[in-house]
Write a protein that binds this ligand. Sequence first.
Ligand code: ATP
Length: 358
Amino acid sequence: MADIVLSAVDKIFGSDRVVSNVDLTVENGEFFSLLGPSGCGKTTTLRMIAGLETPTSGDVTIRGQRMNDVPINKRPTNLVFQKMALFPHLDVFENVAFGLRLKRLPGAEIKRKVGDILDVVSLTGFEKRAVSQLSGGQQQRVAIARALVNEPAVLLLDEPLGALDLKLQLHLQRELRRIQKATGTTFIYVTHNQAEALSMSDRLAVMNGGKIEQIGTPAEMYLRPATSFVASFIGRTNLIEARIDNVTSGAAHLSHEGLPLSVPAEELGAGETVMLSLRPERIEIRAPGAEGIDATVTEAEFMGSTVLYRMKTASDRTLIVQTLADRAPLRDGESARIGWAPDAAVQIRQTSVAEDIE
Ligand SMILES: Nc1ncnc2c1ncn2[C@@H]1O[C@H](COP(=O)(O)OP(=O)(O)OP(=O)(O)O)[C@@H](O)[C@H]1O
């Protein structure tokens, strides 16, 4: 059963439509991320699921029940923010036990539940520790334990790792994924960090300007982006606009920089202009004289296992090329033969292009 369904949800603040016609289904037990740049409406969407905001129009349904008018404390959801306020005067055990004490559960049951959840978040042995004596990552795990101990059907997480350093973020990403699988809780995770969303999610939605651009698995989003925004926001890409030369048996043929490309044709015809995404790793550096074109390195970025080049072609176009760092890197100004397989690009719809934030 779907845990959460948003249908035609709009949120308007004053004259700003910050969430626009959002349709979304999250399945039971899924790790689902809302990914997008700052201000795209992902937090507002999460807050409407939590009950902190009311949709201007459309419906939010959780486990088959329409939630629009259900107050936050009556929803089967719990929220974890970037900076969780723990109770500084209570120890770890009491911070986690807080919600259970409010429910007046028997002491033995509270002890068992808190013990179980501290085990899940790898904090067994920290029960009596003051929260002020914990690291940032440990505090965030206490916050997550406090939310999970109430056994919510859905845990809503708004950039919960945003305030932590990179190493801790990477560690807790894996921990969160493990916790989610161990408890089977549905997670809806808001982030602007594409690497985080790709590595953790079963599926994700990319939002831009209040709208959902695409929903899919991480591999689908990367390998078959639907729009120019998704192609440029998730990973890097070369966006190519080209005219179709001819169409044969379901494939449209065109060329870029004189090299052939083809995409499944469906409803395309010769002469039409299409937009394609050609990932940097699909462009190969070839031996001198091999089939391809010559291009000159204008910038080389050594990234460890790979090298990223910006290369200029004879017609003064820049292509981004990424190769394994298994050969001596090309230097600025050096020229090389490059090429690609005809099926290296995918067709996309033109929307906006994500700004390079790196
Ligand atoms: N209560 C409010 N009143 C007016 N405008 C708001 C309110 N809350 C959010 N907004 C606006 O709605 C837009 C979307 O905000 P939202 O917080 O949902 O974005 P976001 O994608 O989560 O961004 P970020 O990652 O920066 O938090 C922003 O332009 C924001 O300024």
